[in-house]
Design a protein around this ligand. Structure first.
Ligand SMILES: NC(=O)c1ccc[n+]([C@@H]2O[C@H](COP(=O)([O-])OP(=O)(O)OC[C@H]3O[C@@H](n4cnc5c(N)ncnc54)[C@H](OP(=O)(O)O)[C@@H]3O)[C@@H](O)[C@H]2O)c1
Length: 297
């Protein structure tokens, strides 16, 4: 079998996309390839300077491309709400942004930073954009997790990790939450009878800012794959006609299996309820979809 490359992407001329964390790393080539294939792309970035530079770099490779900057800080629910209110059309949401392996910090709303940014910020963003996604049949949500999710543990009695914080365990927990969310989103879309695909991806170890290996960083980065290769699973999940909702793709667009915990429907349902409570975002349109479906013969 030949390896899938972005050259196989379909024409995306009528597609509107949002890519979070498109200011650097894997998000930048993800946004670039979507724009190269004709999509209208919102580069969602927390820093105006880095975001504007990313837009400039994309336009230098795709002159005349439809690319704009949207300011989004996933560690601040008010910013997530402001950003979502400015989006008017959406076929594709790529929940790519992430922080990892950082000392314990909190988001604006007081959540542990890795869980708050990587999971809760994207949970809220997806829920706030759901009406737009439901208006576009075949819409997709791609959520970037990691194979590190397999080491993740969720203790609902200590979501703040105040009893003990580890940079790696906090990252693994946030990535488990990403994968539980992606799979539960598909279950809820299916139950509501709406035409939305939710797909998860793992980029594989990629030379980006999130990989922190101390003084040897520049050397180690040379050995890792470039960000463009890390974007392949997301681009495949976002555009391939062969993708089904609820699937999970890794490097070279190969199907992967989620860990046992990530497949737990009970854990996913509990995480969903807790996330809705913490963010105040409730995905009410799914209930409306169910109600509409029940009136049909
Ligand atoms: N690289 C790997 O080996 C690897 C492996 C597995 C999974 N992943 C996943 O891949 C995704 C992309 O990471 P990356 O490797 O490309 O790392 P990266 O280069 O550090 O990129 C992370 C992106 O997220 C943005 N971001 C961070 N906090 C944010 C916030 N509060 N609000 C909005 N945006 C925020 C960053 O913005 P700034 O430019 O402002 O910092 C940056 O654009 C992450 O979800 C990560 O967990 C990466």
């Amino acid at each position: 079998m030949t390896t899938w490359t972005p050259a196989s992407m379909p024409d995306l001329t009528s597609t509107s996309a949002v890519v979070t964390g498109a200011s650097s790393g894997i998000g930048l080539p993800t946004a670039l390839e979507l724009a190269r294939h004709g999509a209208h792309v919102v580069v969602a970035a927390r820093d105006p300077g880095r975001g504007a530079e990313a837009v400039r770099r994309i336009l230098s490779e795709v002159p005349g491309g439809q690319v704009e900057l949207g300011l989004l800080d996933l560690a601040d629910l008010a910013s997530v709400r402001r950003f979502a209110a400015g989006v008017t059309r959406l076929d594709l949401l790529v929940n790519n942004a992430g922080v990892g392996l950082i000392p314990r910090r909190e988001t604006k709303d007081g959540f542990e930073m890795q869980f708050g940014t990587n999971h809760l910020g994207h949970f809220a963003l997806t829920g706030l954009l759901l009406p737009l996604l439901l208006a576009r049949p075949g819409a997709r949500v791609v959520t970037v997790t990691s194979d590190a999710h397999a080491a993740g543990r969720l203790d609902f009695d200590d979501l703040g990790l105040e009893r003990g914080y580890g940079r790696m365990s906090a990252y693994a927990r946030s990535k488990l939450a990403n994968l539980l969310f992606a799979l539960e989103l598909q279950r809820r879309a299916d139950r509501a009878g709406v035409d939305v695909k939710s797909v998860a991806t793992h980029p594989g170890t990629t030379a980006t800012n999130i990989v922190k290996v101390g003084p040897l960083q520049p050397l180690v980065r040379l050995l890792l794959k470039p960000a463009a290769a890390g974007a392949v699973p997301s681009l495949y999940a976002a555009t391939s006609p062969d993708v089904r909702g609820g699937e999970y793709f890794g490097p070279r667009a190969k199907r992967l299996s989620p860990s046992q915990a990530a497949r737990s429907e009970e854990l996913a349902a509990r995480l969903w309820e807790v996330s809705a409570e913490l963010t105040g975002v409730r995905f009410e349109e799914f209930a409306e979809g169910r109600a509409r479906g029940s009136t049909q013969p």
